[in-house]
Ligand binder design. Structure first.
Ligand SMILES: C[S@@+](CC[C@H](N)C(=O)[O-])C[C@H]1O[C@@H](n2cnc3c(N)ncnc32)[C@H](O)[C@@H]1O
Length: 424
């Protein structure tokens, strides 16, 4: 199905609830991002650049309620204003947020509409002076924006790129790699229309050209889509998991969230992939997903091997997890399932090495393939501690009695005497 595209030719266009869901996630993430970044009482300035690569026209009308709905550029601007207020309300020394915004929009009508509504909302003075509205394709402006950020924040290139494309073709992996290579603290929130891609893939021949363009060639290891469909009962799952893995591998980010949004109205599921270079950034987004359980589901099991789809036995998974393979929702059931799965998987990692593994390493090296947040890891380790299946030792040699305060540097070890049950 081809998605209807917005038009701002005659004022704000209609927006569906499933697109508003994306806005809620962006809002929640930005609030959590600011909270996490400005935690030191001595900090007096935060330099950040927010890039909306596919900005749209700024304003919509809700399809059901007919209420006005603000688009992503407003979400960025208002998130900063709110963060500035919350961060500074109890501080003696205020933190100054030095935020620049780039809004790229390829469509002339949309770009003009965005310019108009921002001016009407009181941002006229800042347009061209901290707020840059570009009538351009994001791909064509990316180098200049990266250059700007490098100059502004030479050490870390702190920035967030929201790349909310229609479909799946506009953001090739080499463009993402360029961002991560140049800007170590950059984060990307990428929309990828996985259902549209799957419909296109069902068509067969043109897929290879498209994948080459996206920078993910050879994903099917010489097999045609027709062959895969004929040989694999779960061909959709196979294609999606292979595509997903290659996409994130090739984009050069160390951490990513494997979650997607289901459009309950049947408009096509899409992935909202958060990519970053630090596991803490990844954890902030994971917490946002758990807090917005209505919108997220994802494939696979709840343990550490969620995306090991090739050679994966769905019937085993379904039986083990007591739920359908595609049914993972970020709810209480999922939380319990995740804890159960982690309490089974974590000991395997811990027992594999006599010196155990630090909490930081365990989390950083496994979180990409698990839907669990650091909080859920802690809870699972707490259970293992209660069951005496592991012990936790701090760097100063102190034995921890609870996992609530577990530090990244704490070592998780196999207990001196493992029970029979555990060694089996
Ligand atoms: C999904 S809409 C964006 C919605 C917007 N992010 C929001 O949440 O309000 C995608 C927008 O990208 C624009 N667009 C399409 N291709 C583009 C490109 N290569 N670079 C920049 N904008 C593009 C379209 O005109 C459309 O306005």
């Amino acid at each position: 199905m081809t998605l209807k595209q917005y038009s701002w030719k005659d004022g704000p266009d209609l927006i569906q609830q499933h697109s508003v869901a994306k806005h809620r996630i962006l809002e929640a993430y930005l609030a959590a991002y600011f909270r996490t970044l400005v935690s030191s009482p001595n900090q007096d300035v935060l330099r950040l650049t927010l890039v909306d690569g596919f900005a749209g026209g700024g304003l919509y009308v809700h399809n059901d309620t007919r209420e006005p709905v603000k688009g992503s550029p407003f979400i960025f601007l208002e998130a900063t204003r709110e963060a500035e207020f919350h961060i500074n309300k109890d501080r003696r020394k205020p933190v100054q947020l030095q935020v620049d915004y780039f809004f790229c929009e390829a469509d002339r009508h949309a770009q003009m509409h965005l310019d108009k509504v921002l001016r009407e909302a009181g941002y006229a003075d800042r347009i061209g002076n901290g707020i840059y509205i570009e009538h351009s394709r994001f791909q064509d402006k990316a180098d200049a924006i990266i250059g700007f950020i490098k100059k502004k924040s030479p050490k870390n290139g702190r920035s967030i790129f929201a790349l909310d494309q229609y479909g799946y073709k506009e953001v090739p992996t080499h463009l993402l790699r360029k961002i991560f290579d140049a800007l170590p603290s950059a984060e990307v929130i990428l929309t990828f229309g996985v259902d549209s891609f799957m419909n296109f893939a069902s068509d067969g021949d043109q897929v290879r050209g498209l994948l080459d363009g996206l920078g993910i060639p050879d994903i099917f290891r010489g097999r045609s889509v027709e062959e895969i469909k004929a040989s694999d009962r779960d061909w959709r799952l196979f294609l999606q998991s292979t595509l997903y893995r290659r996409l994130v591998e090739n984009c050069g980010a160390r951490h990513f969230t494997p979650f997607f949004i289901r459009n309950r109205g049947g408009h096509g599921d899409y992935w909202l992939i958060h990519m970053s270079q630090h596991h803490r950034a990844r954890d902030v987004m994971t917490e946002v997903h758990w807090a917005n359980s209505n919108y997220f589901i994802h494939y696979g099991g709840a343990g550490l091997d969620m995306f090991q789809m090739v050679g994966y036995d769905p019937s085993h998974d379904a039986a083990y997890l007591g739920q359908s393979l595609l049914g993972f929702e970020f709810d209480d059931v999922a939380r319990r399932t995740s804890i159960a799965a982690l309490t089974e998987h974590i000991p395997r990692r811990v027992y594999a090495d006599d010196s155990g593994i630090s909490f930081g390493e365990l989390f950083a090296t496994t979180c990409n393939s698990s839907p669990a947040s650091a909080r859920i890891y802690r809870e699972s380790i707490g259970k293992l501690l209660d069951e005496k299946a592991v012990e936790i030792i701090g760097v100063d040699g102190t034995k921890r009695r609870s996992s609530a305060q577990i530090m990244d540097s704490d070592q998780i070890l196999s207990p001196p005497q493992r029970t029979l049950f555990m060694t089996g």
